[in-house]
Design a protein around this ligand. Structure first.
Ligand code: ATP
Ligand code: MG
Length: 383
């Protein structure tokens, strides 16, 4: 049988980006080497601050073209003090252009404990935080961030500024379908918690109606409830398990709730994210009709200039991003789960049969490379 071939573009970026991406790349190579029916073609491209230094702009034409032709993209992190707010061209502009060019309207951020042995690192500690498994699905290219606005100091009403929040049915339907596919990709399927402010906002009332109708018509097997955003943000601190499942929400609320929920597991270095231009590819990748869902995968942390070059960054957020890439863009659920299991075993305390490995952000002394190598070693036994 001929192997199914996928193109994965790697954007190491700046700061700790290249260090954490190197470890995630090893993980992807091990997955490909162990498979008899898939081939991963990995190619690195310049993006972000390093691309500004080399090409004068953060998203060179050649990088954009490679991303547009790829099945999925794995990114490290971009930016740093060298290309600060006063620079003419900034790395972050490249990321906004890339998201827009690829139509990445769905942002997915799981907030869970890669291992329950990490619960002591959580600001919410064991009693409240243990067993949290929240995946935030945020609409990324609509709503108030993209509506018309007027700045203050501009005629006719100089003392007035406004922003407009707009959503239409199609935008809400497509993000609802992404949330549903993510809920279904888990076994058993996850509950959906839709978040809005329907007691005040017209967009929220449309949101609630369309989410309800779409799920009833297309995914009646999924459980759905609705929360107001103020009460949801309270639950995330008071009792996050109440929101276990997929938290589906629009752009502004999702921005706030995804940051709030990402502190539960205790370190920025642990968490992955995905931005998708379609519902996840849950169909069988071996079928002729299978088409990868293009997506950009990255850890939620930034380029961490304070620790760059020291080899101490936690690579787990990037390694788990590679797992999401396999599951959501390439339809490869088994190796994705194997990566997550390997990460958990390496983090689990020794009394739970794990390795108890901790990088500096988790209070340990394990280096970036050691962490990556240990995960690869455990993963090889699982594939
Ligand atoms: P950005 O603006 O790019 O999001 P930021 O200033 O918000 O960046 P980060 O670059 O993510 O934040 O860094 C915040 C803090 O977390 C820093 O002290 C950094 O060292 C630490 N940190 C971030 N990522 C990691 C990681 N993978 N491993 C260890 N520490 C990390
Ligand atoms: Mg930040």
């Amino acid at each position: 049988m001929s192997k199914k071939s996928f193109r994965v573009v790697i954007l190491p970026g700046d700061g700790i980006g290249p260090e954490v991406v190197a470890e995630a790349t090893k993980v992807l190579e091990v997955v490909a080497a162990a498979s008899t029916d898939i081939e991963l073609k990995l190619e690195a491209h310049d993006f972000g601050g390093c691309a500004i230094d080399k090409h004068g702009l953060p998203l060179p034409e050649s990088t954009l073209k490679a991303c547009q032709e790829a099945d999925a993209i794995l990114m490290g992190s971009i930016g740093g003090p060298k290309w600060g707010v006063n620079s003419k061209v900034r790395p972050e502009q490249g990321l906004l252009s890339l998201r827009k060019a690829l139509g990445l309207y769905a942002n997915i951020r799981p907030a869970n404990f890669a291992s329950d042995s990490l619960v002591d690192n959580s600001p919410l500690k064991a009693s409240i935080a243990q067993g949290v498994n929240i995946i935030v699905v945020r609409e990324l290219i609509g709503g108030v961030y993209f509506g018309q606005r007027k700045e203050a100091g501009v005629a006719p009403q100089e003392d007035t500024a406004w922003d407009t929040m707009i959503y239409n049915v199609a935008e809400i339907q497509r993000i609802t379908r992404v949330a549903a596919q993510i809920a279904l990709a888990a076994d058993p399927p996850l509950a959906i918690h839709s978040i809005d402010k329907a007691n005040v906002l017209a967009t929220s009332r449309l949101w609630r109606k369309v989410v309800t109708e779409t799920l009833q018509a297309e995914y009646p097997q999924l459980s759905l409830d609705h929360h107001l955003v103020d009460s949801a943000s309270m639950f995330i601190v008071a009792n996050p398990r109440k929101l276990n499942g997929v938290v589906l929400t629009e752009n502004l609320f999702g921005d706030i709730l995804s940051d709030e929920s990402s502190v539960i597991p205790g370190s920025l270095g642990l968490l992955p994210s995905a931005s998708l231009a379609g519902a996840p590819s849950v169909a069988d990748y071996r079928s002729e009709s299978f088409k990868a869902t293009p997506g950009l995968y990255e850890p939620i942390h930034g380029s961490a200039p304070d620790i760059a070059g020291q080899g101490v960054a936690n690579p787990i957020g990037t390694i788990l991003s590679a797992a999401m890439l396999l599951r959501y863009s390439l339809g490869l659920d088994k190796p994705a789960t194997a990566i997550e299991t390997a990460v958990r075993k390496v983090l689990d305390n020794q009394d739970k049969g794990g390795e108890g490995f901790r990088t500096a952000d988790l209070g340990g002394t394990v280096k970036t490379k050691e962490m990556g190598e240990k995960i690869v070693e455990v993963l090889k036994g699982l594939l």
